[in-house]
Design a protein around this ligand. Structure first.
Ligand SMILES: O=c1[nH]cnc2c(O)c(F)c(-c3ccc(F)cc3)cc12
Ligand SMILES: [Mg+2]
Length: 214
C-alpha cells in the first residue's frame, strides 16, 4: 500500500540528515517540504521566531501540543540544556510513530517525552503522571479548535505560573480567532503578534506570544 507523507518525510531525514545532528534533521525536513512535498511543519521562517523565543526564555519545563513529525520538537529540544524536559502530545498514532524516529535520529530522545493521546485527557494528568508543577513554555500547534479550551484547561489545572510563555502557531492560517480574542483581551495575559508566513509559502501567517500574568 502507498506510504504516508510522514513516512516519506522520515525517509528523507534518514537519507540526508546525520544521526545526532539536529540542525541537519531540520534542514532535511525543510528541503523535503520545499522541493518534494509540502507538510505542516512550522518551517524555517516561523521556526526562527520559535528559536528566538525559546533561546531568550531558557525554559526547563516545556509542553508542546501537537507533535506531527517532530520538526518543532527537534527545533525546541536542541536549544534546551540536558536537564530540561519537553513533553509533546500527539493524538495521531501514525504521526507519533514517525515523530519518535525523527526525534531519535536527531539524538534528542533523552530530553523529549512523546505522549500519544488527546490533549484534554493528558493536561489534567500532567502533575500526577509526569511530576510537573508548572510549565515555563507551552507551544500550541495541534488543532485550532483546541487552542482556547486547552489554554483554559491549563489555567484550571494550575499548570501556568506568573511568566509562563504560550506561543501559538497558525493564528492567521488556518486561524484561531477565539483564542486570539481571549489572550489579547484577558487581563491575565500580555500578548504580541509575530507576523510571518505560512510554512514554505508566501501566504501570511504568524505566531502569537502570550505571557501569563497569574
Ligand atoms: O492542523 C494543523 N495543526 C498544526 N499546524 C498546522 C499548520 O502549521 C498548518 F499550516 C496547517 C494548514 C493546513 C492546510 C492549509 F491549507 C493551511 C494550513 C494546519 C495545521
Ligand atoms: Mg502549525
Amino acid at each position: 500500500t502507498r506510504s504516508t507523507r510522514p513516512q516519506r518525510l522520515l525517509k528523507a531525514v534518514r537519507k540526508h540528515a546525520a544521526r545526532g545532528d539536529p540542525q541537519s534533521v531540520i534542514s532535511a525536513i525543510d528541503h523535503f517540504c520545499r522541493h518534494s512535498e509540502w507538510a505542516m511543519n512550522i518551517g524555517d521562517e516561523k521556526g526562527s521566531i520559535l528559536d528566538s523565543v525559546v533561546s531568550e526564555l531558557n525554559p526547563e519545563k516545556v509542553l508542546e501540543l501537537g507533535t506531527y513529525c517532530g520538526y518543532s520538537t527537534v527545533r525546541i529540544a536542541r536549544l534546551l540544556p540536558p536537564g530540561a524536559r519537553l513533553i509533546t502530545l500527539e493524538f495521531n498514532a501514525g504521526y507519533a510513530a514517525i515523530a519518535r524516529q525523527v526525534i531519535a535520529w536527531a539524538g534528542l530522545e533523552d530530553r523529549v517525552q512523546l505522549v500519544e493521546g488527546a490533549s484534554e485527557d493528558w493536561i489534567p494528568r500532567m502533575k500526577e503522571h509526569f511530576g510537573i508543577e508548572t510549565f515555563d513554555f507551552v507551544f500550541l500547534d495541534h488543532w485550532k479548535d483546541r487552542y482556547l479550551p486547552d489554554t483554559k484547561l491549563m489555567e484550571d489545572c494550575g499548570l501556568l505560573r506568573k511568566g509562563t510563555v504560550l506561543l501559538a502557531d497558525n493564528v492567521i492560517c488556518p486561524g484561531v480567532p477565539d483564542y486570539l480574542q481571549y489572550v489579547r483581551n484577558s487581563l491575565s495575559y500580555k500578548s504580541c503578534y509575530f507576523k510571518s508566513h505560512l510554512e514554505y509559502t508566501k501566504a501570511e501567517d504568524g505566531l502569537e506570544k502570550s505571557v501569563f500574568l497569574g
